[in-house]
Design a protein around this ligand. Structure first.
Ligand code: ZN
Length: 332
């Protein structure tokens, strides 16, 4: 296991009618600003919370958007809490955010942007459109594999927990889309989404966020839903980087999909097919051509990756622009 520091101060208040406890979570004399919509709103709120206390914020939005890569000093943030209405991003229990201005979609992080509390009432998500629920299942799935399908470091707890999240998503994914008021199915999705990206399964293990970095460019360029970009990119990455990820892909095949027969290669190929089949069963497509993106589009994505310095991605930094291009061609 790799060395790590794990810190997560967010108070999670989970379950039916827990919204009634909001009174006890917000100081009586607090002045309140409310923002509303879903996962992106939680992220936007983090940006507002930092930007509001930055000294000379006016006119420096683009600089502020570079917090994650080329940070300007962040001295604090307005305290905030969240009420989750869309299970997907995990933003309710982490300090990260992805923020988009007119042209860029970039991640930001700060030690000040953990929510003070998050209320997770699964019944508040019942009215989401089916496509948003499907997106949430896929986003959560990809967050998990990006911290799991890398290379082994004998992190037994993290691996088993990641596998538990993936198997739970496979069990409840279709059910919670088709029967949105099945409380147990939805509660499991909500908790999986939070646990997939609160730092726990990512502690002490290598991580590979290639899928998200390429996907962000696709959303910014073509307006595709975040999760829909991920479902296109992830299987293609595994096909192109099969040998680099051989051991963990094999573990994924055997432990998550219970594939026991065949050669190592066959097991991995079947696991990738099973993954694509799972996304399809949720109504999510897995090819660029499904969204009418061809060679031209690939070149635009590569240009954006270059512009944002995304030229050495993955757990080994070996995903250069050339490899990204190969991945996107595989997804055509
Ligand atoms: Zn995501």
């Amino acid at each position: 296991m790799l060395n790590f520091s794990f810190y997560n101060p967010t108070n999670i208040v989970f379950g039916k009618d827990q919204i009634n406890n909001l009174d006890s979570l917000v100081p009586k004399n607090a002045k309140i600003l409310i923002t509303y919509g879903g996962g992106s709103v939680m992220d936007g709120t983090k940006f507002i919370a930092i930007a509001s206390v930055a000294d000379d914020y006016m006119g420096r939005e683009s600089e502020l958007l570079k917090f994650g890569f080329n940070p300007i000093p962040v001295e604090g943030a307005i305290p905030f809490g969240t009420v989750v209405t869309l299970p997907a991003t995990g933003s309710e229990m982490n300090n990260g955010a992805v923020v988009t201005n007119e042209i860029d979609k970039l991640p930001i992080f700060s030690k000040f942007t953990f929510p003070k509390f998050s209320i997770l009432d699964p019944t508040l998500t019942y009215t989401l459109p089916a496509t948003q629920v499907a997106n949430g299942v896929v986003d959560t799935f990809i967050h998990t594999v990006e911290q799991y399908v890398t290379y082994p470091v004998n992190a037994g707890f993290q691996d088993r927990t990641a596998e538990g999240i993936l198997q739970t998503l496979i069990e409840v994914g279709k059910e919670t889309i088709e029967n949105p008021t099945n409380y147990d199915a939805r509660a499991n999705l909500v908790w999986c989404a939070t646990m997939a990206l609160n730092g726990l399964i990512g502690s002490g293990v290598p991580q590979d966020w290639t899928t998200h970095m390429i996907g962000h460019e696709m959303t910014a360029l073509f307006g595709l839903d975040h999760a829909k970009t991920l479902a296109v990119v992830q299987p293609a990455i595994w096909k192109v980087r099969k040998s680099a990820k051989q051991e963990k892909l094999l573990q994924y095949a055997e432990r998550v999909w219970n594939i026991k027969d065949g050669s190592e290669d066959e097991k991995i190929d079947r696991a990738i097919l099973k993954t694509e089949g799972f996304f399809h069963s949720l109504g999510i497509k897995t090819k660029l051509s499904d969204y009418n993106i061809g060679e031209d589009g690939i070149q635009k994505i590569i240009n954006s990756l270059e512009k944002h310095g995304m030229t050495a991605l993955s757990e080994s930094r070996e995903v250069t622009l050339e490899v990204s291009e190969e991945i996107l061609r595989k997804a055509l």
